[in-house]
Design a protein around this ligand. Structure first.
Ligand code: ATP
Length: 367
C-alpha cells in the first residue's frame, strides 16, 4: 500500500466552496510527490487534509495502512514546513528545532542528538544560538526544515516553502531540498504553483485545476504526454503554443490548415486523427520544436511556415522569437546564434513528429 493515499477526497468549505473534488492518488514510500496548479486550485487544502489541519467532507485518507480522517495532526506522524516558516521569534534556532520534541517529552540527550544531527545535515551548527531575526531568509527556511527533520516523521509535507525567497536563493534551496530527499530517503509531499519546481523536484507530479486532478505522472510524461490542453499549457516555460485550425485531407495525406498556412501531418498520427478530419482542432507545439530554417540543413518544404518576427528576446544561450502567422502569435526558442530582425518575414520549420493535437470542445488530447 502507498505510504499516503487519498481516496475520493472532497472538501467543501462553508458557502458551498468545493476546494477539493473527488481527489484520489497514492504517494509511494520514499517518493517525492509534487502537487502543482494555479492559485486557488486546492493544492494547499489537499496538503492540510493530509496533515489533519482540515477535515475531509468525504472520502478516505490513509497514512501507512492507518485511516487518519479522525486522527489529530500530532498523532499522524507527519511534519509540515510552511510558507512563512512559523518560527518562534523569542527562541533560538536550537530552541525552535527542539521545541516539538520537548513537547513530546523526549529525553534531553535524545533531543540534543537529534537537533545536532539535523543541524549538521543543514549546515546550521554555527547558528544554533541565534534568534530567527538574526538569520537570512534561506537560513530561516533551513531551520523550518530542521524542525521537521528532528521529528523523523513518516511523511514530510511542504507548503510552498521557497516562495518567500528571492529568485536566486529559491534555486539554491531547491537543490538543497533535492539533496535532502536523496539523503533522508523519506516520503515528501510538496505543494507549489511553480511548474519549474514541480518538474525539477518531483519523482511524480499531481497537476490540479479547480480542485480536480488533471494528471498524475512523472515530469517527463507530464511534459511530453499531457492529457489535456490545461496540463500542456501549465507545464513548460515558455508555455506550449496553441494554434487553432482544421485537419484537412488531400490526396490521401492529412494537413493542419491554420487559415494562413497549411502544414503536413506525420503519417504516424493519421489513425488517431481519423475522427477529426474536417474538424476544427487545437494544434500544440512547444517552443523548442520550432526551428529557424537558416539553422536546419534539410527541412521538408511542407514543414516550413513563413511568419513575421514581432519581438526578439536574447537570453544568451538561446533566443525567444515571438512571431505572428497573421492569425496567431507564438514563441520559438532557438539557438543563441540566431539573429532575427523585427518585422522581418522568416521561415520556421515545425518538427511535426513532436506536435500535439487537442479536441477543441473538450480540450482533451487527441494525440
Ligand atoms: P494558493 O496557491 O493561492 O495558496 P491553493 O491552490 O493552495 O492556492 P487553496 O488554498 O487550497 O488553494 O484553496 C482552494 C479554494 O478553497 C480556494 O477557492 C479558496 O478560496 C478556498 N478556501 C481555502 N480555505 C478556505 C476556507 N477556510 N474557507 C473558505 N474557502 C476556503
Amino acid at each position: 500500500m502507498a505510504q499516503v493515499s487519498l481516496q475520493n477526497v472532497k472538501k467543501i468549505f462553508p458557502g458551498d466552496v468545493v476546494a477539493v473534488d473527488s481527489v484520489s492518488f497514492g504517494v509511494e514510500s520514499k517518493e517525492f510527490m509534487v502537487l502543482v496548479g494555479p492559485s486557488g486550485c486546492g493544492k494547499s487544502t489537499i496538503l492540510r487534509l493530509i496533515a489533519g489541519l482540515e477535515t475531509a467532507s468525504e472520502g478516505n485518507i490513509y497514512i501507512g495502512d492507518r485511516r487518519v480522517n479522525s486522527i489529530p495532526p500530532k498523532d499522524r506522524d507527519i511534519a509540515m514546513v510552511f510558507q512563512n516558516y512559523a518560527l518562534y521569534p523569542h527562541m533560538t534556532v536550537y530552541g525552535n528545532m527542539a521545541f516539538g520534541l520537548k513537547l513530546k517529552k523526549y529525553p534531553p540527550e535524545e533531543i540534543n542528538s537529534r537537533v545536532k544531527e539535523a543541524a549538521a545535515i543543514l549546515g546550521l551548527e554555527r547558528l544554533l544560538n541565534r534568534k530567527p531575526k538574526e538569520l537570512s531568509g534561506g537560513q530561516r527556511q533551513r531551520v523550518a526544515v530542521g524542525r521537521a527533520i528532528v521529528r523523523k516523521p513518516k511523511v514530510f509535507l511542504f507548503d510552498e516553502p521557497l516562495s518567500n525567497l528571492d529568485a536566486k536563493l529559491r534555486v539554491t534551496m531547491r537543490t538543497e531540498l533535492h539533496r535532502l530527499h536523496i539523503r533522508l530517503q523519506c516520503t515528501m509531499i510538496y505543494v507549489t504553483h511553480d511548474q519549474t519546481e514541480a518538474m525539477t523536484l518531483g519523482d511524480r507530479i499531481v497537476v490540479i485545476k479547480d480542485g480536480i486532478i488533471q494528471q498524475v505522472d512523472t515530469p517527463t510524461n507530464v511534459y511530453n504526454k499531457p492529457v489535456n490542453k490545461f496540463v500542456a499549457s501549465f507545464i513548460g516555460a515558455p508555455p506550449m503554443n496553441f494554434l487553432e485550425g482544421r485537419i484537412v485531407s488531400k490526396a490521401g495525406r492529412l494537413y493542419f490548415d491554420e487559415g494562413n498556412f497549411r502544414i503536413k501531418i506525420v503519417e504516424d498520427m493519421y489513425d488517431a486523427l481519423a475522427d477529426h478530419v474536417n474538424v476544427r482542432v487545437m494544434m500544440g507545439v512547444r517552443s523548442e520544436d520550432i526551428y529557424d530554417k537558416l539553422f536546419v540543413s534539410e527541412a521538408p518544404p511542407e514543414n516550413i511556415v513563413t511568419v513575421t518576427c514581432e519581438v526578439v528576446e536574447h537570453l544568451g544561450s538561446e533566443v525567444y522569437i515571438h512571431m505572428s502567422t497573421g492569425k496567431h502569435i507564438f514563441i520559438a526558442r532557438v539557438s543563441g546564434d540566431a539573429d532575427p530582425q523585427i518585422n522581418q518575414d522568416i521561415d520556421m520549420v515545425f518538427d511535426m513528429s513532436k506536435i500535439h493535437f487537442f479536441d477543441k470542445a473538450t480540450e482533451t488530447t487527441i494525440i
